[in-house]
Design a binder for this molecule. Structure first.
Ligand code: AMP
Length: 224
């Protein structure tokens, strides 16, 4: 074998290793949000064209993450979001609504999630699989039902963050991550719930690391 062909082989191997390393991640965060806590903020919200979404937790996204708390993003600018590939997933309209103004445009929200997060797991899940697996996980855990079973309702009252966490841990079987935001008057409220999913997108797992919590001891669970 000539020196040049050995060199080309080594170079190819090095490129493959770099590609694999840059494409890997450790687990997914599956993030759901409470719409009431988006709409009663200072910046308020805008509903999608179909109208006000159901009073239920909705999907924010499925995010590849590393065990060291960092995450990859925008991994392939050439992988264009194609709405037509999702035509059989019409339930996205109700379970994954856009709520951010001005547009209330679901497709724009899904494109953002694909561009920023989905492209980083594309070597495991193609675009259709990425959205379908996310919907499938959502179908398997009914966060609102789990909370309501323990008397925690979206009724504008304050609940201890410990009771919310414990109710979810009992109902799901794994400890959740919890994030809070502030309503228009500055009161802390339940905003997003993070669950962890193994790399193929099919199974819930115990979180290798939980996102840092930013909630007070007691938080509001606003109506929607
Ligand atoms: P991400 O970029 O996916 O990590 O999440 C943060 C971004 O998602 C912010 O720009 C938010 O404005 C946006 N976002 C969060 N929830 C929604 C929603 N329901 N509809 C549209 N955009 C959202």
């Amino acid at each position: 074998m000539s020196y040049s062909s050995v060199f080309v082989k080594l170079l190819t191997l090095q490129c493959l290793v770099i590609l694999c390393v840059s494409q890997s991640f450790d687990f997914f965060y599956f993030v759901q949000q409470w719409p009431g806590s988006i709409c009663d903020t200072k910046r308020s919200c805008c509903y999608p064209k179909a109208g006000k979404p159901a009073a239920n937790f909705s999907i924010h996204g499925l995010w590849p993450n590393y065990n060291n708390r960092s995450w990859p993003s925008f991994c392939n600018r050439e992988s264009l979001f194609d709405h037509s590939k999702l035509s059989d997933l019409s339930r996205m309209q109700t379970t994954w609504p856009s709520l951010i103004c001005p547009s209330g445009n679901n497709s724009k929200f899904w494109k953002h999630e694909w561009d920023k997060h989905g492209t980083c797991s594309e070597f495991v899940l193609d675009q259709h699989q990425y959205f379908e697996e996310t919907l499938n996980i959502k179908d398997r855990v009914d966060l609102l039902q789990i909370l309501q079973n323990e008397g925690i309702q979206p009724d504008g009252r304050n609940y201890s963050i410990g009771s919310i966490e414990e109710a979810l841990r009992r109902g799901i079987g794994f400890a959740p991550g919890i994030k809070c935001n502030k309503d228009a008057s500055g009161n802390g409220q339940l905003h997003e719930i993070y669950l962890c999913v193994e790399k193929t997108g099919s199974k819930l797992i115990e979180c290798p690391v939980l996102p840092r919590r930013n909630c007070a001891q007691h938080v509001e669970f606003p109506a929607f």
